[in-house]
Design a protein around this ligand. Structure first.
Ligand code: SIN
Ligand code: FE2
Length: 228
């Protein structure tokens, strides 16, 4: 790491009120522990990222991205679509998994490129039935939450990052537990399982336009779950 990177890293660390892991760690390989969640840095190389992006564009053509409303009446800043037997959604009636997307059709199939990642890192021999695709445009964020709308909470959650860096924050099973943060880079994969399955987590912000993979900027997160 060059001096410039070290200086920038130190400045970034001082500007955050929480603990920060090395911003410039983009080598593939060893998994990183973040409050019990496991992050595989650069699990997907650039070719694999581009191939997955093309598959996700097909998903979005079949089931267009939507901006959902929370039960409390807030429009989410992240745009969402899904693949699989069921897709996660929310409106005034609540958070839930639905067999149909907004236009009334079944969700498209989960692309093989995405399933391959689950099979490589989930550690279980059951495939996911739901693949949420989140799109973060400029200024989008995801506040701290638990993934707990699934029928059985013992299956892992696998989450793939593409495009612009996103500042991932993870804590414990109570909202007030201490948290740690790390920039998720394009090609990184995070796994929430075991004690971390119900950890509070979210994306504080993205670095819009800094990722390179999406020509117009933005971040995509693909979350795989066994929902039913
Ligand atoms: C989520 O928790 O639903 C999204 C996490 C992410 O965007 O990395
Ligand atoms: Fe989540």
């Amino acid at each position: 790491m060059g001096l410039q990177a070290i200086v920038v890293g130190v400045l970034v660390q001082f500007s955050e009120s929480f603990s920060m892991v090395d911003l410039f760690d983009t080598e593939p390989g060893a998994p990183v522990d973040l409050m019990g969640s496991v992050i595989w840095p650069l699990c997907l190389d650039e070719d694999a990222q581009a191939a997955m992006l093309a598959d996700l564009r097909d998903v979005a053509r079949a089931a267009p991205f939507r901006q959902y409303e929370t039960p409390g009446g807030h429009k989410m800043s992240v745009r969402m679509t899904s693949a699989g037997d069921v897709g996660w959604m929310t409106d005034r009636k609540g958070y839930r998994y639905s067999k149909r997307h907004g236009d009334g059709g079944a969700w498209p199939e989960i692309p093989a490129s995405v399933l391959d990642v689950w099979r490589a890192v989930s550690g279980v021999d059951r495939d996911p039935d739901s693949c949420l695709v989140n799109f973060y445009g400029e200024g989008a964020r995801m506040s701290l939450h638990q993934d707990k709308d699934e029928a059985e909470l013992r299956w892992p959650v696998v989450s793939i990052s593409l495009g612009d860096p996103g500042l991932f924050r993870v804590g414990g099973q109570a909202r007030t537990d201490p948290t740690k943060s790390r920039w998720l880079m394009s090609g990184d994969v995070a796994v929430l399982s075991g004690d971390a399955r119900l950890a509070y987590h979210g994306i504080d912000r993205i670095k819009f336009g800094e990722g390179g993979l999406l020509p117009d900027g933005g971040r995509i997160n693909v979350t795989l779950r066994v929902a039913r």
